[in-house]
Design a protein around this ligand. Structure first.
Ligand SMILES: [Zn+2]
Length: 122
């Protein structure tokens, strides 16, 4: 079981799970409910106040995990290749861990730190 993607938005993890399933790679969402138990009230308050930098506990952050670790590199390439062109921003360096992140992600897949780059207005 290896974590391939972190995101506070379970719909994003669900999308990643579906993409990997289409490629025949089995995965599951870890901490889907516990994150909201630990952070949901703070996250909702942050949304109301218009703040994105709410406190997150990475221990309980929702994560997409691979059932079989040997597909990690392939799965990572698939997720990196998946891009919604109209939403694609520039690649960015994670301020939390320094990982280079593809522009179609708004949070680091290593440490779940959110990007400071604003998405394009459609
Ligand atoms: Zn990071």
């Amino acid at each position: 079981m290896r974590r391939i993607s972190h995101h506070h938005d379970l719909t994003i993890l669900g999308l990643h799970k579906s993409i990997l399933e289409e490629a025949g790679i089995a995965s599951f969402v870890l901490n889907g409910n516990s994150w909201w138990l630990a952070n949901g009230e703070i996250a909702l308050l942050s949304l109301v106040l218009g703040k994105r930098d709410h406190v997150q506990n990475p221990l309980f952050a929702p994560a997409l995990c691979l059932v079989e670790d040997e597909y990690f590199d392939e799965a990572l390439e698939i997720l990196k290749a998946y891009q919604a062109p109209s939403l694609l921003g520039p690649d960015w360096d994670c301020p939390g861990c320094g990982e280079r992140i593809s522009g179609n992600f708004d949070a680091c897949w290593q440490c779940n730190t959110a990007t400071t780059i604003q998405p394009p207005i459609l």
